[in-house]
Write a protein that binds this ligand. Sequence first.
Ligand code: TXA
Ligand code: MG
Length: 316
Amino acid sequence: MVDVTISEAAERLKAGAVVAFPTETVYGLGADATDPAAVAKIYAAKGRPDFNPLISHISDPAQLDGLVVMDDRARKLAAAFWPGALTLVLPRAPGCPVAPAVSAGLPSLAIRMPAHPLARDLLGRVGRPVAAPSANRSGQVSPTTAQHVRDSLGPDIAVLDGGPCPVGLESTVIGLAGPQATLLRPGGIAAEEIEAVLGAPLGLPQDAKLESPGMLLKHYAPRLPVRLNATAPQQGGSQQGGREGLLAFGPPPAGFAAVYALSAGSDLAEAAARLYAGLHVLDHEPGLTGIAVMPIPARGLGLAINDRLARAARGR
Ligand code: TXA
Ligand code: MG
């Protein structure tokens, strides 16, 4: 197990190595975005397909100069939500120093300024944009603790441990590369809040393959099968050999072999923060044969929670 200090993490990133670090959403697997060899190490460590682009993280809006072409919509959203769980996909600026592999060859670049104090400190020390996808093997559940990172990427991965991630869901990704602002991925900031700042509804991608390649992949999959909208144990229950664990939202129905409370008081932000930890816990609970999930309301952060759960349910 390789726990690194913040100064070691910064030195490693500057030297072209990969380091996992905490953000307020999930742990990221970082590398210097301007170094093609370093970026290649991210794709290799994750087993990530090379057509799925990465987010570049910055600590200071001054770094945007020469990276991307900002417009009024982008400036409004950045002012309202940065630092925070929002990623903006913008046209790459002419002469953009970020390695083309970070954009997976697309003419756009995804940018985020995270709020986590350790992430901000680290990014400030590195002084260059840091490419960072979630720090898990491609297709697995995203990590919200340093232990999750090691469970997924192995004990040799260098991790800056900042404790559990407070938001717990990946950033909301907004496409601003064309005339219509589009919701490319629901996430830690509710779409309604973004629409309120834009003063216009968000569109959905017309061509997901071109606009949001990552969303086509199988994703967020635990080992166990996931059953959605569960209000009672399965018919037959343990007699049929099935021992389901329950992710509970509000008071849990009786009869499940294990219960992990996403939020006892039905709070969506609390449920979002606990979702991946709950999937990890039940997935590693000995003797369970499946994970059932109670219904989650489809508003606010519930949209992002339901998006990840739907992928977990179909993703094996
Ligand atoms: O909260 C987060 O966003 C975390 C933390 C570490 O910042 N990162 C994260 O990265 O979730 P990743 O690689 O797991 O997801 C990035 C998403 C993918 O769906 C990818 O397809 C999309 O952003 N994306 C990145 N660059 C893009 C681009 N140029 N055009 C369209 N989508 C892009
Ligand atoms: Mg990911």
